[in-house]
Design a protein. Structure first.
Lengths: 327, 658
């Protein structure tokens, strides 16, 4: 493939609003966990894709490895390079799962981004689930028997719930769920800032030496380093017994199937503490991530209108968290 | 501003600003779209004809195609019409124009592709060993009748930032003297040559004008209705900025925003707006055919406006069209030769009569008539056309459809040494693979069930002592033996809430299961009843599901069975379900809406229907009314002493009931 074309993206630091989504992307990066990943669901035009792409460029220096809905299975798991074959040469080309696994900076695992994840063909979903659930990619196809390969990446998906939801198995593979709602972005001052920022970006990106964009990139560098520092700090962050017990109680209260929910909560709480520069988790850290680890693992979350916490759920969540606070 | 000016200005805005790639023309005569596309191509500096997308396009055709080489001894992969990557690598190749004559008939693969392309920062292609990413620049023009808006996915509609009412647009009427020319050649183009000043601005490109704070404020004033996202505000702002750009202004002002609002009909749909500096089409020297003269006139006005009021528009000259000797057509007062006289296109619908708002976002109030999850691939069974189902092997190809490229190449590779030794002289040189017809392999694809069971379960009709598994058993068994996917529509399920009435209670819910053994089906059958009965919404949802699965192009289900279990006592009007606002007084409208929705299902082909009656109760006739509206037999859900086998709800194959 020729070099990546120039994709002018709004610098991450210039993006206005959507703080929850941005926090969760940072938490997911810091966690660096096999149970991580973020599913973003929201109305049209809420900058879901822009934020994910800008975050990936800030952290990995490139666009995320993207799995589009037009993908065929040979590009997911790997296959022979067609153009080479036409010339009589057999070249194996890794698929997107392996590419994502190697796409981070300095040999780190990267991100696999699925735009419109709920429009993906079931057959492709099965292929992804096979690899994601085990972390091992086994390829035996077209006469090729490939040595099983370890794949490790952060799975990030965006979707518009108007077009249907995800199968429960795939839902569970995302560590966190974040619903981007119109109400949260509905404030006039926020809308005004978004409008002026995006329109300014349209104009600035046509300037080869835009100081506005250069300043945005400098801020991105700073933010990137902060997040990386949090990742380096993570091993030293201790999960307190209080926070650990709270994660378990929340999982029991919401009858989460399996244990992935509480594991994500615990790891996410540690990551948030690391991002805030602390070495010990608190109840607030669990409170920060719990709704996003629970929402898509609730019973009935796979039904239409089912993802997201109801008012009653929020009240239950608050009650369990309040009971865990020191009196 | 007349329709010609509106449409031509909108296209010029799209041409000058690549952030406005989608133009939706309401009520455009589809026969004009090619001509309009050619005009936009000319603006973009592209001599290639527009690419037309219709209702029969498969995914493979859109992204890449397999073509035989000239010597017919080999094949090559060529990019499809939506793959810009190769075109962008050709130096300075201007963007293409893609036209959709009827957006409501666009094929599912093309609609899915459009959603991922139009307005996106980056498009990714990952198919059959090919990997590419590009920043899209092609422009899209789509036509759509306003009364078909409900048939299109809102997600797809949202991709079209520029919305223009094009009703009444027509080709110019020729003078009698030109009739011979007309008969001898193609029909005249809708628009004359683009204005030179516009062309210059578009070709120069560069950076758009600055966007003033006053303009931003005006945008938010006009669109303060709490719409989801910010895309509409951005569209209006960008359109205003493009108008300023085309007019040569350095700054986009509030007046430009008003002008853009008028262009799209937003101003009209929201009532009168300030008209500072708006160019009134009636001020145009309509008889002038000289673009330079008209440009000068417009520039003169612009100059006057600049000197008088800083916020005035600095010039959108009405210069989209040069009408040879016929004057500028005006929809409000057509002169001789205007479009209204032409008789070619008379699609100016009476919008009041059809009840569709005339603004740029009719989907906000149009009743959804599209399929459930309209952009998702359904449960398909091939009736005709290209095969579907995921490939699990290969077989010898019978035609050139659905070629398995890699296996074909691998098979051909085995014989290369022999072919190079014994083939014709021209095949012996070079390294290119020589592929013969005998090498061609096509995909062997998994079969998919052509059956579908749709269950509409009204939980509120289920008394504690009634086991509805008994009357449902034959249908569940049929679904199992046919390995049919199951769509479940739930009406009146319990919702844990302490609020008076939650919005979720006012709506039916649905999910699709791959088969009967999906645990969600059993959970749905055992659900507790709630308080509201949005039966009308449930039936409307069912209509969309059935329409999607039985009519979606070449992947339709051949045999769908709809089982409705209800007492017919819907107490939530459809409007309440759509808006989520509990009605103060529902009256009979919930039942009436349900009967109306049932009438829609009755018209669907390949759908067998049955209504199961929950047993004696007040208003027992409602179930019969619903069965009549569905044109479905009524099966008794509880056994009665003198009932026949079907009416007793005994296990009977669906075929025996219908």
């Amino acid at each position: 493939m020729p070099e990546e074309p120039n994709f002018p993206l709004l610098p991450y630091s210039r993006i206005v609003g959507q703080d929850t989504l941005r926090d969760l992307l940072a938490i997911d990066y810091v966690m660096r966990s096999s149970v991580g990943g973020v599913l973003v669901s929201g109305d049209r035009g809420t900058a879901k894709s822009t934020i994910v792409r800008s975050f990936a460029r800030m952290m990995h220096g490139r666009l995320p490895v993207t799995l589009p809905i037009n993908v065929t299975d040979d590009r997911v798991v790997g296959g022979w390079d067609v153009n080479s074959l036409m010339l009589g040469v057999a070249d194996w080309r890794d698929g997107l799962l392996v590419e994502a696994s190697k796409s981070g900076k300095n040999g780190e695992s990267g991100m696999l981004y699925i735009d419109e994840v709920n429009l993906l063909d079931d057959h492709i979903v099965n292929v992804i689930l096979d690899a994601v659930s085990t972390g091992i990619l086994v390829v035996q196809r077209d006469g090729k028997d490939k040595v099983p390969e370890h794949v490790d990446f952060s799975l990030v998906g965006t979707m518009n719930p108007d077009e249907g939801l995800l199968r429960p198995q795939l839902l569970d593979r995302f560590g966190f769920y974040v619903g981007v709602t119109a109400e949260k972005e509905g404030r006039a001052d926020v809308r005004a800032r978004i409008l002026s920022t995006v329109l300014r970006f349209d104009a600035e990106r046509e300037w080869p030496h835009s100081t506005w964009l250069a300043e945005g990139e400098r801020l991105d560098q700073e933010r990137c380093e902060e997040i990386r520092e949090a990742r380096r700090r993570l091993p030293q962050v201790r999960l307190t017994e209080q926070a650990e017990a709270l994660c378990g109680r929340l999982a029991a209260e919401f009858q989460l199937e399996g244990h992935r929910g509480e594991i994500v909560m615990a790891q996410g709480a540690r990551a948030w503490a690391a991002l805030e520069g602390r070495f010990q988790t608190t109840v607030r850290d669990v409170q920060k991530v719990a709704p996003h680890a629970i929402a898509h693992r609730r019973k009935d979350a796979d039904y239409a209108d089912g993802i997201g916490l109801t008012h009653e759920d929020e009240a239950r969540l608050a009650a369990v968290i309040a009971s865990a606070r020191p009196h | 501003m007349n329709v010609t000016e509106r449409v031509s200005a909108a296209l010029a805005c799209s041409a000058v600003d690549r952030e406005l790639p989608g133009v939706l023309l309401f009520d455009l005569d589809p026969g004009l779209i090619d001509s309009i596309g050619r005009w936009l191509s000319t603006l973009l500096g592209n001599s290639a004809p527009p690419t037309q997308l219709g209702h029969k396009l498969a995914e493979d055709t859109l992204w890449e195609q397999v073509e035989p080489e000239r010597d017919a001894a080999s094949f090559r992969l060529t990019p499809g019409p939506l793959t810009e990557y190769d075109r962008q690598w050709q130096r300075q190749r201007p963007p293409d124009v893609i036209v959709v004559p009827d957006l409501s008939l666009l094929s599912l693969p093309a609609a899915r592709a459009a959603v991922t392309i139009i307005g996106s920062d980056a498009v990714h292609l990952e198919r059959f060993g090919r990997s590419a990413a590009w920043r899209p620049a092609d422009r899209w023009i789509a036509a759509l009748r306003r009364d078909d808006v409900g048939q299109v996915s809102p997600h797809l509609l949202d991709r079209f930032a520029v919305r223009i009412d094009a009703s009444g647009l027509a080709r110019p009427v020729l003078r009698a003297a030109d009739l011979g020319t007309f008969l001898a050649a193609a029909p005249p183009e809708v628009f004359g040559p683009p204005d030179a000043a516009w062309l210059q601005v578009i070709r120069e490109g560069g950076s758009p004008p600055e966007f003033s704070e006053a303009a931003a404020g005006r945008v938010l004033d006009l669109l303060s209705s709490g719409t989801p996202g910010i895309r509409r505000e951005l569209a209006l702002g960008r359109l205003a900025r493009a108008l300023a750009w085309l007019g040569g202004a350095a700054v986009t002002t509030a007046a430009h925003v008003d002008e853009a609002a008028e262009l799209t009909g937003l101003a009209a749909s929201r009532g009168p707006a300030p008209r500072a500096g708006l160019p009134a089409s009636t001020e145009q020297p309509s008889g002038s055919a000289d673009p330079a003269e008209r440009h000068d006139a417009a520039a003169g006005r612009a100059g006057a406006a600049e000197s008088d009021q800083p916020e005035a528009v600095t010039g959108l000259p009405a210069r989209g069209t040069v009408w040879p000797d016929s004057g500028t057509p005006n929809e409000t007062g057509p002169g001789p030769g205007g479009p209204a006289d032409s008789g070619i296109a008379r699609l100016n619908l009476d919008q009041t009569a059809v009840g569709i708002p005339a603004g740029p976002y009719p989907e906000d109030k149009a009743k959804p008539a599209h399929e459930a999850d309209p952009l998702r691939i359904g449960w398909p069974r091939r009736l005709s056309g290209p095969p579907h189902g995921h490939p699990y092997g290969t077989m010898h190809a019978r035609d050139l459809r659905d070629i398995a490229v890699i296996p074909t190449l691998l098979r051909a590779a085995m014989f290369q040494a022999v072919r190079r030794r014994s083939g014709p002289a021209q095949h012996r040189a070079g390294r290119r693979l020589r592929i013969l017809g005998a090498d061609l392999l096509s995909h062997r694809r998994a079969r998919r069930s052509g059956a579908l069971l749709v269950l509409l379960l009204d939980h509120t009709c289920r008394e504690p002592d009634w086991d509805w598994y008994v009357p449902l058993a034959p249908y569940l068994r049929w679904a199992y033996t046919h390995r049919a996917p199951v769509s479940v529509v739930e009406v009146g399920r319990a919702v844990a809430t302490s609020r008076p009435v939650a919005a979720r209670e006012l709506r039916a819910q649905h999910f699709r299961a791959r088969g009967l053994l999906d645990p969600r089906v059993a959970r749905a059958l055992d659900r507790d009843p709630g308080r509201a009965t949005p039966l009308a919404h449930g039936l409307a949802l069912t209509t969309r599901i059935l329409r999607h699965d039985t009519q979606q192009g070449s992947v339709a289900v051949a045999d769908a069975v709809l089982v409705v279990v209800t007492d017919g006592r819907g107490n939530v009007p459809l409007s309440a379900s759509v808006t989520g606002n509990a009605p103060v007084h529902a009256g009979r409208s919930g039942v009436a809406d349900a009967l109306h929705a049932a009438g829609q299902i009755k018209r669907l082909r390949r759908v067998r229907r049955v209504v199961i009656d929950p047993g004696p109760r007040a208003y027992g006739h409602l179930t019969g009314d619903l069965a009549m509206a569905l044109d479905a037999p009524l099966a008794l859900g509880r056994p009665t002493p003198r009932a026949g086998p079907a009416e007793r709800g005994e296990p009977t194959p669906p075929g025996g009931v219908f």
